[in-house]
Design a protein. Structure first.
Length: 466
């Protein structure tokens, strides 16, 4: 992930006091009113991410097993070149060899990734670690090496030279707090498991469409617990050959079916669908495949529920958790997703536009001569974009006027509002700045109609945060 743009110096961090564990619930709160004043303006020790002057610059070419290192002085002369293994002894040797030249604060290290255990250990040793973009290093190498030659040692030297000459435009990496790392770990793992569950559900649905369409048509969701119980008891068309209304009713009572459809209606769905496969060999193979996918979905569903509780617990323990949980219709999971990707390092972002750009909520303008075009922003934190746009979509249901409008359209026969297939809810970057206001923005302070609409939208975001 490309780090945000450079930041202003002498910004402050947020409050870091511990809070009680939050209740385990994903239901959105009914109000934004909090028990104590909340605000996002940074309050705490002064920090700066600007690179301080250094005597030496080290470039580290990352690899899976062996890393190439090049140390360069302020004049551009190479003073040391070596390789280390990606092991405890190799990292310890790297720190010792760098200490021979100068103190940790006087040796800046450029690396093409902003995280990992190697980066954490270098930061713990006191070295300023500077994440650099691999695309920027590639373009720099093409401009410096005219022959096109490439090697690990050469890449390390190019990284060191890049950091030495562009240190005024680069920023030092600041590690996230332990609370943020813990929250990000469970949130990202949960998102990956949800994607795996969706893939397994689609695979099971495709298998049933090909071999037994009736089993898919019985219940609304093929991944629901009652549907998985049905497929466990009747994995093939042959096993459901003698299934009648009484047996279906007994099955529904045994497994606690809470739907509004009777056994006769469900049985009619099963029989109305096209007939399933009846070959002996295919029936046996279908049984094994269905039971295997059902077991996978059960395991993924249980793991996602456990991580839901873990996300809610870590969100409650995070110092900034109450702020994000108080946002309209954010709930527990979406609030945890936004906080995990946003982070708790307030000075890492120069302005709300930097946060919006990191989340992919701002377009990219390309202008040259008479040509001017606005494009979709692809280079961003994809997880952050999904979390922020989900919040923007959910928050509009919190406003009574918007909720009444959405409920009024089906009654008038208009259906849902038209929407582009790839469109996402608009989130103005200026709305992010109002999360830090101590007082809500008043609509009457604006003169234009568009400004008044923006003010009312921002008022909904800031209620209760002040």
């Amino acid at each position: 992930m490309t780090p945000p743009p450079p930041v202003l110096a002498r910004l402050r961090t947020g409050n870091r006091e511990m809070r009680r564990r939050a209740p385990v619930s994903d239901r959105p709160g009914a109000s934004l009113v909090a028990a104590e004043p909340l605000s996002l303006p940074p309050l705490g020790a002064e920090l700066s991410l600007a690179l301080p002057p250094a005597q030496y610059f080290a470039g580290l070419d990352w690899a899976a097993e062996i890393h190439a290192v090049c140390v360069m002085d302020a004049g551009g002369q190479i003073v040391d070149q070596f390789t280390i293994k990606h092991s405890a002894d190799g990292i310890a040797m790297l720190i010792r060899r760098l200490a021979k030249h100068a103190g940790p604060t006087d040796v800046q290290i450029g690396i093409e990734r902003p995280n990992g255990r190697l980066v954490d250990l270098l930061l713990e040793a006191g070295h300023p670690v500077v994440p650099v973009s691999p695309n920027a290093i590639k373009a720099w190498r093409e401009g410096e090496v005219m022959s096109g030659a490439k090697s690990d040692a050469g890449d390390a030297a190019i990284i060191a030279e890049y950091v030495r000459l562009r240190q005024h435009r680069l920023r030092v990496a600041v590690p996230y707090s332990d609370d943020t790392k813990a929250l990000r770990t469970v949130v990202r793992t949960r998102t990956d498991l949800v994607d795996m569950r969706v893939a397994a559900t689609n695979q099971l649905a495709a298998l049933l469409d090909a071999c037994w369409p009736g089993a898919k048509a019985v219940f609304a969701d093929v991944e629901s617990p009652i549907s998985l119980d049905f497929l466990t008891r009747y994995p093939t068309p042959a096993s459901a050959r003698h299934l009648g209304e009484k047996r279906m009713a007994a099955f529904l009572v045994k497994h606690g079916y809470s739907g509004r459809r009777s056994a006769a209606v469900l049985l009619e769905r099963l029989r109305a669908a096209p007939a399933g496969a009846t070959g002996p060999a295919l029936t046996e193979a279908l049984r094994d495949a269905v039971l295997a996918l059902v077991a996978v979905l059960r395991a993924l569903g249980g793991a996602v529920k456990d991580l839901d509780r873990s996300c809610a617990a870590h969100l409650g323990e995070h110092p900034d958790g109450k702020i994000f949980a108080s946002l309209p219709r954010s709930g527990q999971i979406n609030a945890a997703q936004m906080l995990a990707e946003w982070g708790d390092c307030r000075q890492a972002y120069e302005s709300p536009d930097s946060v919006a750009a990191l989340a992919g909520c701002t377009p990219v303008t390309k202008e040259s001569g008479k040509h001017r075009a606005v494009h979709f922003r692809w280079a961003c934190n994809k997880r952050f974009r999904v979390a922020l746009t989900t919040f923007a979509d959910n928050s509009r249901h919190r406003q009574p006027l918007g909720r009444e409008n959405l409920q009024r359209r089906p009654q008038n026969g208009q259906g849902p509002p038209p929407r582009h297939p790839r469109a996402r809810p608009r989130l103005d970057p200026r709305d992010l700045a109002l999360l830090a206001r101590r007082r809500p923005l008043r609509p009457r302070q604006t003169r234009s109609r568009r400004g008044a609409q923006r003010a009312r939208r921002c008022l909904r975001l800031t209620q209760g945060v002040s």
